[in-house]
Unconditional design. Structure first.
Length: 157
């Protein structure tokens, strides 16, 4: 397991790699495991480059090997999140309906909260039924900034 801490417009972010895949992304770098040594592996450098391109407005999707550990349901939710286009949002209920479980909006919310690879698995694109910003493990301020960044970029291109 290795980590790389990079500065971003949101503050320092920690990316964690294990077994040749990204397993975690911490929007608050201090939450990264202290026992993971800092390293600049090829994968972590590639992830840092893609994240920097995202914040620069030149990358609209991530192309990295991910290994998010969770329950079957959580992984199904995360798979749906990866289909939400840049600059767009879905409600928790819409994600539940895409899973064929229309009554599971709250469970979708819990799965979003458990997402270990925030940003790369874009749980920030999930909003309340009325479009309101609701819970986000990284904090609502970061969620707001990410959505603002994407909406501004989406209008330009």
């Amino acid at each position: 397991m290795y980590k790389l801490i990079i500065p971003t417009v949101l503050g320092d972010i920690a990316i964690v790699e294990q077994g040749g895949k990204i397993t975690h992304l911490f929007l608050h770098a201090q939450q990264a495991p202290a026992h993971a040594p800092q390293a600049q592996t090829p994968l972590l450098r590639q992830a840092a480059r893609q994240i920097n391109e995202f914040f620069a407005g030149t990358r609209f999707y991530f192309d990295l090997p991910l290994a998010a550990h969770g329950t079957d349901f959580e992984r199904q939710v995360w798979d749906v999140l990866c289909t939400i286009p840049y600059g767009q949002t879905l409600s928790y209920g819409a994600v539940a309906r895409r899973l064929g479980r229309p009554g599971a909006a709250r469970a979708v919310g819990r799965a979003c909260h458990q997402n270990p690879i925030a940003l790369l698995i874009p749980c920030h694109r999930v909003v309340g039924a009325n479009g309101a910003l609701t819970g986000y493990a990284g904090g609502l301020d970061i969620k707001r900034k990410l959505l603002l960044l994407e909406n501004l970029q989406a209008r330009i291109f």
